[in-house]
Every structure is written in structure tokens, then in C-alpha cells.
Design a protein around this ligand. Structure first.
Ligand SMILES: C[S@@+](CC[C@H](N)C(=O)[O-])C[C@H]1O[C@@H](n2cnc3c(N)ncnc32)[C@H](O)[C@@H]1O
Length: 475
């Protein structure tokens, strides 16, 4: 009785008839149901299908009968197929399919997110970052936490454009592939090698000074940029010493203040050295520092000597690195991305703790802040000499340091990373504190065309915001 009522309700086309004929039809149908149940649903003794009734309620009755027959007859492939097709046209079926699709998508997203625990993917792997931040996280998060920079006296900018950088990259890659020191661990990687080569070639100095040579890779880079120009290299250990153990580079047109002849940059009598090399115009000299010394100290020494063009290899972000850097000095509250709060519930704290999970060099608020909420330098310390000699500084001192830099600075330019992390697979620097790369994420065609895809991923892991400065005495 319930079935009948139910069936009639579902049949929008059921004609309205007299109550007696409806009752008769219902009785007939009930008898059929009962008789079919006696045979059992899958019995081989099933009765032949009944023909449709000729009652005035013909339509309703025949549809009920055929529905009932489907229960009593063993299912065959053709009826299953026709059922399936008829259901396909039903809107509820679309809902089911849509629901299934959503479920599958949710399952895939969940697998990507939890994949670290299922398979051994590093938390610094780009796949993990996609799972955590979404696809956009890889491409759009450059400078998301701000990129502090040093204000120059007159807001001067560099002459070169991003087009110049792309063009130069194409030229530099085959040169880089011929480097004598293939594995330059603890020395410069690809990004900074390119930056140094590009700037030396663009500026075309009459003399190049290098402080911190290690095995000689940066000396080789300077030589590729300027094949005929004299180099002066200062380093406690002579690069030739490394030749005994493996590849190193010793330049023929370079004067080494190294080994027993080592003199620290701040102790060299530059006036006498410059006249020795016939340099009268110090604006024609490029000085490159990769010696991990306090950069404020180095700038004061360079200014005293009269040098104007300086490149610092390691321009560490606040809270990181083994020496006080330009980036740290100019991290001030009046600069976008500069100045920090040690409040653990701030947006910055939340973003930082999230990013720390995916970028090796990212620092969270706990690492950024030292005693008494000191965040400047490295937790309120001015580091120097590979973190061997440090001094705590007050906030006022830190602020005054940036005022001094601004008073002598003509130009500040940070080299962008050569390519986005989804292309290079670098896992160290956090893009949120870095300017847009030369080859942006998603531009794999360009990355490949330039020849960058031929390089080993490991050479892209050393980016620390190399910076080019022009300085001059206060008027
Ligand atoms: C990171 S390595 C330089 C890497 C090198 N520029 C390269 O591209 O491969 C730092 C170098 O600075 C040297 N160094 C240490 N103290 C120095 C100082 N006061 N002046 C110059 N170099 C110094 C170290 O001996 C080491 O060779």
C-alpha cells in the first residue's frame, strides 16, 4: 500500500480518476506484488512478465508493474545498461557525479598536504609548499613580508634594466659552465657569480679589489668579466694552497695580499697601493667584499680610502648571517618591510612561523627576537668576522647606523635571484623577503632557452641578496 502511494506521488502524469477504480487498480497491483514475492527475486521460476493493464489508470499501473518486474527478474546486462542510461539523464545523478568529483579533488589536496608523512619529501620541497600555500604560494609571494632597502641621498637608480639582465644571463651561462671549481661549497653559487660578472662587465673598472678569495672562484668570475684588468686579492690563505687538494684558481694578473703577505682591507695603505698601480681616479675602482666582516666597518674603511663602488656578496637579512649587513642596517621601521614587533600574535609572527616550515633561511619571531625584544641585527647583536666577534647594540645605535649609511649612500641595488624557486628548486632563501627574480616562476620556456635548466639545482642555493653600493663623503 505504501509502495503504491509512493509510486503515484512520484508519477507527475498520473491521471485523476474515481476512488473506486483507483482502489481496484491498487488491489490488482498488490496481488501482483505478493505473487511475485512468492517466487523470490532471483528465482529461475519467475513468471513471465505481465502485459500492461488496460485499466483507465493504465499509465500508472503499467509503470508500477514494470518497476516491480525489475525486482523479481534476475538482472541482465541489457537491463542494467538501460537503467544506467536512463539514470544518466536524471539530475540527481549529476549531483552524485559532482559530489564524487569534489571528493576526489579533496582527496588529492589532502594527499599533497600530508605527502611528507607518506613519502619522504623534504618539507623544503616545492611540492610541499604547493600543498601548504596553494599553487599561488610559489609565484606570488615574492616580497610578501617586505624587502627593506637603504635610502640613498638623491634616490639614484642603476642604469641597467631587467632586459639587460636577461640578455646577460644568456651570455654568462656558457661561461659559468667552464668554471674551474665546479663544486664551490662555502663560496659563491650561480646567482652571485652572475651578479658579480654582470656588474664588473657593466662598470668596466680600471682596477678590481677583492677581499675574501677562498679557492679563487670569485677571482675567476672577475677575470671573465674583465680579461685585461688588474685584480688585487686579499685573503688570509692563498688560493694556491687549495690546489694541493683539488680545483682552485690562481690568476696571473692578480696581486695577492695572501698567506704571509696578508693584510686586512682596513689596514692597507691604499694611497700608496693606488699610486703603485697608476690609479688616480678612485671612482674607476670596483671593490668586492666576500670576507664576512661587519659591513658598516667595511663601508667606513672604504669611504676613508676614497672608494666609491662596492659590492657585498652576503647581504644577510635581519636575524640571519654571521656579520652585520647593509640589509640589517637599513631594516628600520620607516622602510616597508622594516622594523619588527616581537608580539607573538601579530600577522607577521603568524606568516613567519608558516614560512619557516618551508624555507631553510626563514626566521620565525622567536628566532628574530632576543632579550628585551631586540630584533635588530641578529637578536640585538652586531655580528662581525664570521660571528667570532660580536657586540650588543642598542636600538638607538642601530637607528643611527642607518642614518649614517643614508648620509653617504648614492645608490643601493640588490641583485634579484636569477629565477623563481619553482624553476631553480632552491630551498633556502624565503621569497617573502626578496625582490622578484629575473626569470619569474612559471616562465620555464625562458628558463630553458637561457640554458639555466642545464645547471645543477645545488648552484642556486646560495642567494643572500648581493648588493651594489655607490658611496661618497657627505658634502
Ligand atoms: C666565503 S669565503 C669567500 C668565497 C669566495 N669569494 C668565492 O667566491 O668562492 C670567505 C673568505 O674570506 C676569507 N677571510 C677571512 N677573513 C678575512 C679578512 N679579514 N679579509 C679578507 N678575507 C678574509 C676566508 O679565509 C675565506 O677565504
Amino acid at each position: 500500500m505504501h509502495q503504491l502511494k509512493h509510486n503515484n506521488q512520484l508519477s507527475p502524469k498520473a491521471p485523476h480518476s474515481s476512488s473506486s477504480s483507483t482502489a481496484a487498480a491498487a488491489k490488482t497491483m498488490l496481488e501482483r506484488v505478493l505473487s511475485s514475492r512468492r517466487y523470490g527475486p532471483h528465482s529461475s521460476d519467475d513468471p513471465p512478465p505481465s502485459s500492461s493493464s488496460t485499466s483507465p489508470e493504465g499509465h500508472a499501473i503499467s509503470s508500477f508493474v514494470s518497476a516491480d518486474e525489475s525486482k523479481t527478474k534476475p538482472p541482465n546486462l541489457s537491463s542494467l545498461a538501460s537503467n544506467y542510461i536512463s539514470r544518466m539523464s536524471h539530475s540527481s545523478f549529476h549531483c552524485v557525479i559532482f559530489g564524487l568529483l569534489l571528493f576526489v579533488l579533496a582527496l588529492i589536496a589532502s594527499l599533497m598536504y600530508h605527502s611528507r608523512s607518506l613519502v619522504c619529501i623534504s618539507r623544503f620541497d616545492p611540492k610541499s609548499r604547493v600543498g601548504f600555500f596553494g599553487i599561488d604560494g610559489l609565484e606570488s609571494d615574492f616580497a610578501a613580508l617586505g624587502v627593506p632597502w637603504c635610502r640613498s641621498k638623491h634616490g639614484k637608480t642603476v642604469d641597467w634594466t631587467s632586459k639587460d639582465l636577461v640578455k646577460a644571463l644568456e651570455e654568462f651561462i656558457p661561461i659559468y659552465e667552464t668554471r674551474p671549481i665546479k663544486n664551490n661549497m662555502y663560496g659563491m653559487g650561480f646567482d652571485h657569480s652572475f651578479g658579480l660578472w654582470f656588474m664588473a662587465r657593466w662598470l668596466k673598472p680600471d682596477l678590481m679589489v677583492e677581499s675574501g678569495a677562498f679557492k679563487g672562484h670569485s677571482t675567476w668570475v672577475l677575470r671573465q668579466a674583465m680579461p685585461e684588468t688588474r685584480i688585487i686579492s686579499l685573503s688570509p690563505r692563498h688560493p694556491e694552497k687549495y690546489l694541493k687538494k683539488g680545483p682552485a684558481y690562481v690568476d696571473e694578473n692578480c696581486t695577492y695580499f695572501a698567506g704571509k703577505d696578508f693584510v686586512d682591507f682596513g689596514s692597507v695603505d691604499w694611497k700608496s697601493v693606488m699610486s703603485q698601480y697608476g690609479i688616480t681616479d678612485l671612482s674607476r675602482v670596483l671593490v668586492f667584499f666576500d670576507d664576512h666582516q661587519n659591513e658598516l666597518k667595511r663601508i667606513k674603511q672604504a669611504l676613508d680610502a676614497g672608494f666609491q663602488h662596492l659590492v657585498f656578496e652576503d647581504n644577510y637579512d635581519t636575524g640571519t648571517g654571521d656579520h652585520y649587513s647593509l640589509r640589517q642596517i637599513c631594516d628600520q621601521s620607516y622602510i616597508r618591510g622594516g622594523g619588527h614587533s616581537c608580539f607573538r600574535d601579530s600577522d607577521e609572527a603568524r606568516i613567519r612561523s608558516k614560512r619557516k616550515k618551508f624555507w631553510e633561511k626563514a626566521v620565525d619571531i622567536d628566532e628574530l627576537c632576543g632579550q628585551n625584544e631586540a630584533w635588530w641585527g641578529v637578536r640585538g647583536w652586531m655580528r662581525d668576522n664570521f660571528n667570532h666577534s660580536n657586540k650588543p647594540i642598542s636600538y638607538e645605535e642601530h637607528f643611527q647606523n642607518s642614518r649614517f649609511i643614508e648620509s653617504i649612500l648614492d645608490l643601493y641595488w640588490e641583485l634579484p635571484p636569477v629565477a623563481g624557486p619553482s624553476l631553480t628548486h632552491q630551498t633556502r632563501y624565503d621569497p617573502a623577503r626578496v625582490t622578484n627574480p629575473i626569470v619569474e616562476d612559471g616562465r620555464y620556456g625562458l628558463f630553458q632557452r637561457l640554458g639555466l635548466s642545464k645547471l645543477d639545482n645545488s648552484v642556486f642555493n646560495g642567494y643572500t641578496q648581493m648588493v651594489y653600493l655607490q658611496i661618497s663623503e657627505q658634502p
